[in-house]
Design a protein around this ligand. Structure first.
Ligand SMILES: *[C@@H]1O[C@H](CO)[C@@H](O)[C@H](O)[C@H]1NC(C)=O
Ligand SMILES: *[C@@H]1O[C@H](CO)[C@@H](O)[C@H](O)[C@H]1NC(C)=O
Ligand SMILES: *[C@@H]1O[C@H](CO)[C@@H](O)[C@H](O)[C@H]1NC(C)=O
Ligand SMILES: *[C@@H]1O[C@H](CO)[C@@H](O)[C@H](O)[C@H]1NC(C)=O
Ligand SMILES: *[C@@H]1O[C@H](CO)[C@@H](O)[C@H](O)[C@H]1NC(C)=O
Ligand SMILES: *[C@@H]1O[C@H](CO)[C@@H](O)[C@H](O)[C@H]1NC(C)=O
Ligand SMILES: *[C@@H]1O[C@H](CO)[C@@H](O)[C@H](O)[C@H]1NC(C)=O
Ligand SMILES: *[C@@H]1O[C@H](CO)[C@@H](O)[C@H](O)[C@H]1NC(C)=O
Ligand SMILES: *[C@@H]1O[C@H](CO)[C@@H](O)[C@H](O)[C@H]1NC(C)=O
Ligand SMILES: *[C@@H]1O[C@H](CO)[C@@H](O)[C@H](O)[C@H]1NC(C)=O
Ligand SMILES: *[C@@H]1O[C@H](CO)[C@@H](O)[C@H](O)[C@H]1NC(C)=O
Ligand SMILES: *[C@@H]1O[C@H](CO)[C@@H](O)[C@H](O)[C@H]1NC(C)=O
Length: 593
């Protein structure tokens, strides 16, 4: 047995030599004198990569690029891909490694065979980026520098990459709506601007995907639409969210009828509104149309969207957009429909269509009617619902009685697959306890005159609980049942009495944020049981000593106990919080060191 094994091994070893020699042959056009036989990698490529590695700081990184070793085949290194015939590097993908470097090392620009370069989610910002030599990448088809700490004008050399198919210089739209960044807040964001969008796109005529979200285009004027239409005719994805765009959504854009994804949300803050760009309704392959907060006004045409594949339609926060709710030629493709804070007529035609795939429905800040909701029937796939309880006179509910909004909640309650629910201005007592599948519950201005029902403790699958304003009376101890909770966010609520000690039972909490929410008395000592807590931020009328138990929360990275009434000395146990990157105990009556 053993000898057969040896023979096999020898054979394999010889086979390997044979194979690698033939690869090396191809790799260097016949000159093997200085090439270790088994390498595909071209030596000057390895040299450039090693130089690049040397320029990185690894202090916050998720990798040490330990496979990048001189003397090994660079084509096998982490994130590297080569052309099999030349041994030149064609792919460099270091996405989300959290590497940092002050500007890009010139060695990068000697990898002139690159076709795909992805340095997103690293910190490569720095002064020399503007003069970086991207124009040397004449074969580049994919460039991703999103969230990589770039700032200043977009490097002009990028606009010379005529073969680009996909360009991503975006910053993620971090959801600030809950105001809480905490320790997980991502800090490598681009801070780019471009004052001549027209020049920038003039030679990018092959682009299929353009992502410039959060790039400041405010000095580029109103011609962005005509420039795109003129130069980038094959565009399929256009993502310009939060770019400070101004002017009309120009009719010339109707030429870009291959568009599949259009994201223009959070733009056009000038006082004058603009009509809904009707020609988007005719794009046959449209799957995503994101136009929330774009200051649209006037009536939405009543004819249907032509695309049979529309998945996402978001028209929310266009307060002056009126007409009937949108119409679809194929409602069953729709997965997300957000109409929050619009001025549509919430009457039937559309809802009677067949929303068999709808997962997310946003109707908050609208005066919907119960008839309208009922017309949807049961939405088998619904996972996320945001809804305002100020019904359009249809339901006779008395704010002071704390009635259960029976019809609404029984309609909601049919959707057993709901995992996320946002309620606005709802005054309820028990009904919420039936929604046991919920993982996220957000309540704005709910139960202004009522207490929090203890049936909230039934929602044992909750991971995120957000309470903004509303509620009175003590917080029920049933809150302690929510043992899967990861994030607890309470702001501006009107609770009374102390924070319940039961909060100490939420042992899976990662983030706790309680701002000015009526609580008084001292902080309960069981808070020291929340040993998974990474961020705690509390302000308001909490008094007494900061419990010594706080020193047990040794995963805390963010501790802000600001503007409370804490007194006495800072507990010495705080020295045990060795992970802290943020400690703020200001505006208290503390003494000691
Ligand atoms: C082979 O390598 C030698 C030494 O580096 C070099 O002088 C020669 O030009 C190379 N020949 C080819 C065909 O690349
Ligand atoms: C790689 O190793 C070779 C020989 O061991 C050496 O000459 C060369 O300088 C090294 N390159 C780098 C970038 O360290
Ligand atoms: C760019 O990278 C980010 C982060 O890694 C990723 O989410 C995004 O989809 C990439 N963009 C493109 C166009 O692939
Ligand atoms: C676009 O390409 C043309 C022809 O190669 C060139 O003359 C022009 O300067 C380029 N424009 C930009 C902005 O790079
Ligand atoms: C829409 O998609 C189909 C199938 O991918 C394609 O053949 C057609 O050309 C596209 N239409 C437009 C206008 O891009
Ligand atoms: C809506 O239109 C009214 C009347 O034209 C105007 O006063 C108001 O500012 C507009 N609101 C928004 C958010 O555009
Ligand atoms: C809804 O769609 C399903 C399949 O997607 C279909 O069987 C049904 O007839 C449709 N109902 C209506 C009212 O269009
Ligand atoms: C929940 O989802 C499953 C699969 O998506 C579906 O079969 C079921 O009918 C849904 N349940 C409800 C109550 O909508
Ligand atoms: C909650 O569930 C119970 C039993 O499952 C049911 O009797 C009750 O009507 C439900 N309440 C609402 C408001 O749906
Ligand atoms: C919800 O909680 C209440 C009180 O905590 C309890 O009486 C009730 O049975 C629970 N309802 C469900 C549907 O679990
Ligand atoms: C929680 O904390 C209290 C007081 O600090 C302690 O008595 C109790 O044993 C703790 N409970 C658990 C489950 O750790
Ligand atoms: C810090 O933690 C250690 C070990 O858990 C404990 O012995 C020590 O008393 C703590 N220090 C303070 C000041 O609480």
């Amino acid at each position: 047995m053993a000898s057969i094994g040896w023979v096999l091994l020898l054979f394999l070893a010889q086979l390997h030599t044979l194979l690698s020699t033939s690869i090396a042959h191809r790799a260097d056009g016949g000159n093997l004198t200085h090439l270790p036989v088994s390498f595909l990698c071209h030596p000057n490529q390895a040299k450039a990569l090693l130089q690049l590695k040397k320029s990185f700081s690894f202090s916050r990184s998720t990798t040490r690029l330990s496979s990048w070793q001189n003397g090994t085949d660079c084509c096998l290194w982490e994130g590297v891909g080569c052309d099999p015939s030349s041994g030149h590097v064609t792919i460099l993908d270091l996405n989300n490694r959290r590497l940092s470097t002050h500007g890009l090392d010139p060695a990068l620009f000697s990898l002139i065979s690159l076709q795909r370069l992805d340095l997103s989610m690293n910190d490569i910002g720095g002064g020399n980026i503007r003069s970086a030599g991207f124009e040397r990448f004449t074969f580049l088809t994919h460039l991703n520098l999103s969230n990589s700490g770039l700032y200043g004008q977009i490097p002009p050399s990028i606009s010379k990459l005529v073969n680009l198919l996909s360009l991503d210089l975006s910053t993620y739209n971090i959801d600030y709506s809950l105001g809480f960044y905490g320790p997980n807040y991502y800090d490598y964001y681009n801070n780019l601007w471009e004052s001549s969008f027209d020049t920038f796109v003039a030679n990018l005529s092959n682009l299929r995907e353009l992502y410039l979200d959060s790039v400041d285009l405010s000095n580029s004027g109103e011609e962005w639409g005509t420039s795109l239409a003129a130069y980038v005719p094959q565009l399929q994805i256009l993502s310009l969210a939060d770019c400070h765009l101004s002017g009309p959504i120009h009719k010339a854009l109707s030429r870009l009828h291959s568009l599949v994804v259009i994201k223009l949300q959070e733009n056009f803050y000038e006082p004058s509104g603009r009509p809904f760009p009707e020609f988007f309704m005719d794009f046959p392959n449209l799957t995503v149309l994101q136009l929330s907060q774009t200051n649209l006004e006037g009536r939405l045409p009543s004819r249907p969207f032509q695309s049979k594949n529309l998945r996402v339609l978001d028209l929310s926060y266009n307060m002056n957009l009126s007409g009937h709710v949108p119409n679809f030629s194929n409602a069953s493709s729709l997965e997300t429909l957000r109409l929050d804070r619009t001025n549509f007529v919430y009457a039937i035609p559309t809802p009677s269509s067949n929303f068999t795939s709808l997962k997310e429905l946003g109707l908050n800040r609208n005066l919907i009617s119960m008839d309208f909701l009922s017309a949807f029937g049961r939405l088998e796939s619904l996972h996320q619902l945001d809804l305002d309880c100020f019904l359009d006179n249809e339901l006779d509910h008395d704010l002071d009685s704390g009635s259960d909004l029976g019809p609404i909640f029984s309609w909601i309650g049919q959707h057993k697959n709901l995992t996320s629910l946002g309620l606005f201005g709802c005054n309820f007592s028990g009904a919420v306890g039936n929604l046991t599948g919920l993982q996220t519950l957000e309540m704005h201005d709910c139960n202004t005159y009522g207490s929090m029902p203890s049936s909230i403790g039934n929602l044992t699958n909750l991971r995120n609980l957000y309470i903004l304003y509303g509620f009175s009376g003590p917080m029920p101890t049933a809150i302690g049942e929510l043992t899967n909770l990861r994030n607890l966010y309470i702001e501006g609520a009107d609770f009374s009495g102390p924070m319940p000690a039961a909060i100490g039972e939420l042992t899976n909490l990662r983030n706790m944020y309680i701002q000015y929410s009526g609580f008084s008395g001292s902080m309960p000592a069981p808070i020291g049981n929340l040993t998974n807590l990474e961020a705690m931020e509390i302000s308001g009328q909490i008094s007494g000593l900061i419990p010594n138990a706080i020193g047990q929360l040794n995963k805390l990275r963010w501790l802000v106990l600001q503007d409370c009434n804490f007194s006495g000395s800072i507990p010495s146990s705080i020295v045990n919080l060795t992970q802290l990157t943020m400690l703020d105990l200001s505006f208290n009556s503390l003494n000691g060191t």
